[in-house]
Design a protein around this ligand. Structure first.
Ligand SMILES: [Zn+2]
Length: 340
């Protein structure tokens, strides 16, 4: 081939690659989901005088606090980038975790509770436990992450479906819950359906953080009863008879599920539990920094607007005649649900 032809072919290829990447990685502009975002959602307490604040910290990390006790789901802050996830080993960013805890005013936590052992839920939990004195509570796979990170054995507790632990006015029950379905290649990369059987030495690879047992958490407090679902799937048996005031619903990949599955999830977790409010979590791209603002996943990978619209529609369809549909809102980084 003549140099000019090679140059032309190279240019066309570069254009195709750039165009393809642009098509694949486009995200919804903030103004498209701005109307869903609420810095603060204020809801009435079930017990006069009892208050509770839940702060959203990206992915499925939530800080529950009633002024006396504080609990955190996941405690995931490091958010390693896509290249690190696919090609390398990554470790908790201890300085970033310290800055985030300081910004929240958290010096002490009773417990940090990963909903399963994938990196975007459990990788930082031992470091959060170390910095706050919290006990790390999770599956045996999560325990292996804690041990690998050098957390003392007495600061780790293994829970199984049905375990309940009390912290002041809080009572937390771990319920069995399935992981949301993921494509076979991703499932292999992330050890879906697999357990961790030896301490995970950090830095570690994506595949080292195998799923382990996935839980839904039922957080009971005099102010409110709250269900936390980290992954967009539910076990109807485990939730049978459970009544809650509100749900934090993990929505990652929900837009890729068939409409019938979306409806079943709404029915099991929101309609049958009598929830009066729903806050989608795991809506942000966890390979991107949380500051200055959380950003949604690229639309081709997970369609946040589609998810919100589908949720709203299904909530309206499924509401009973004598009640209004549950309140649906998206929280930004450090957005809060205040129950007072
Ligand atoms: Zn996961």
């Amino acid at each position: 081939m003549r140099p000019r032809k090679i140059l032309t072919a190279g240019l066309i290829l570069a254009l195709m690659v750039t165009g393809g990447a642009y098509w694949l990685l486009q995200r919804p502009l903030p103004e498209r989901y701005q109307s869903w975002l609420k810095e603060r959602v204020v809801l009435p307490s079930q017990t006069p005088g009892k208050q509770l604040t839940v702060t959203f910290l990206g992915t499925t990390t939530l800080l529950f606090s009633d002024g006396r006790n504080a609990l955190m789901t996941d405690g995931f802050f490091s958010r390693p980038g896509l290249l690190s996830l696919l090609l390398g080993r990554f470790a908790p960013d201890t300085a970033l975790i310290a800055r985030q805890l300081t910004a929240l005013g958290v010096t002490q936590l009773d417990a940090v509770m990963p909903v399963h052992s994938h990196h975007d839920h459990a990788m930082d939990a031992p470091e959060v436990a170390r910095q706050t004195g919290a006990v790390l509570l999770g599956s045996d796979s999560t325990r292996q992450i804690g041990l690998g990170a050098g957390l003392p054995e007495q600061q780790i507790g293994v829970v199984t479906p049905g375990t309940t632990r009390a912290f002041g006015d809080f009572s937390v029950t771990w319920l069995d819950s399935p992981h949301s379905p993921v494509p076979p290649l991703i499932a292999r990369l992330t050890g879906n359906g697999e357990v961790i059987t030896a301490p995970v030495m950090q830095p570690a690879t994506l595949r080292d953080y195998k799923e382990g047992q996935t839980f839904a958490l039922l957080v009971e407090h005099p102010a409110a009863t709250i269900l936390v679902l980290g992954s967009a799937a539910a076990n109807p048996e485990a939730l049978k008879g459970t009544q809650v005031d509100g749900v934090f619903l993990g929505v990652a990949t929900l837009s890729k599920q068939p409409s019938a599955d979306q409806q079943a999830l709404v029915k099991t977790t929101i309609v049958q539990t009598g929830a009066k409010w729903v806050i989608p979590i795991h809506w942000d791209d966890f390979t991107q920094p949380a500051e200055p603002a959380l950003v949604p996943m690229p639309t081709r990978i997970d369609d946040l607007l589609g998810t919100l619209e589908a949720l709203q529609e299904q909530l309206e369809v499924s509401r009973s005649e004598d009640s209004s549909s549950p309140h649906l809102a998206l929280l930004p980084m450090r957005g809060q649900v205040q129950i007072e």
